[in-house]
Design a protein around this ligand. Structure first.
Ligand code: 5GP
Length: 182
């Protein structure tokens, strides 16, 4: 049984994702001209997006990583956000861009933005690959976003189900029997 056989539908092909990531990188390069940029990758889901994105940003960048709890092993947002790994370095006075895989209810990003804003960066913006606007519970509009997607649970390109499928090069929806397997 391969990972690909568990996928019911490919929502975004690898080539479409690559094209969009390049466009976002170019927009960031334009918008931050003449500045240094600190990128904060939200582990683990954004790690694939981040590593592709930075190669399309033609600016001096630094990278840091933060891990927070989100869905645990299930597919529903708990609304409870907890820092599992904090940044290695302070961000005061720096231009900071949060790089996140997906904004769903918005609870995670709202928490992150509030938390990071209190550390007094020079500026703070949000870049997401995917947005599910229909599921929003708190207002949250990413400054950069790749694709708006319908209300369905997706995996691939960094996103997991039970820690698996992160290495799929595309974004897809799993077959219902995968969830029944547990
Ligand atoms: P929010 O707090 O906006 O509801 O959820 C954000 C987090 O939930 C994301 O960083 C991601 O980890 C997880 N998430 C939301 N939707 C999906 C999805 O469709 N697939 C996967 N794998 N994770 C999701």
């Amino acid at each position: 049984m391969t990972m690909h056989e568990d996928v019911a539908e490919v929502l975004l092909e690898a080539s479409a994702i690559q094209h969009k990531v390049a466009e976002i990188g170019q927009a960031i390069t334009r918008d931050y001209q003449g500045k240094d940029l600190g990128l904060i990758c939200i582990l683990k889901g954004a790690v694939v997006f981040m590593s592709d994105l930075i190669r399309h940003i033609q600016l001096p960048v630094t990278l840091d990583f933060m891990a927070i709890s989100s869905y645990g092993a299930g597919t529903k947002s708990s609304g409870v956000v907890r820092i599992l790994k904090d940044l290695d370095h302070p961000i005061e006075g720096q231009h900071i861009l949060i790089v996140e895989d997906i904004v769903d209810t918005g609870l995670t990003l709202r928490y992150l933005v509030e938390n990071l804003r209190s550390r007094r960066p020079a500026s703070l913006k949000v870049c997401t690959l995917l947005d599910k606007p229909s599921r929003r519970r708190v207002e949250c509009v990413p400054d950069y976003n790749g694709f708006q997607i319908p209300d369905c649970f997706v995996v691939g390109y960094g996103l997991d189900y039970n820690e698996r499928y992160r290495n799929l090069p595309y974004i897809g929806v799993l077959k219902p029997e995968v969830y029944q397997r547990g």
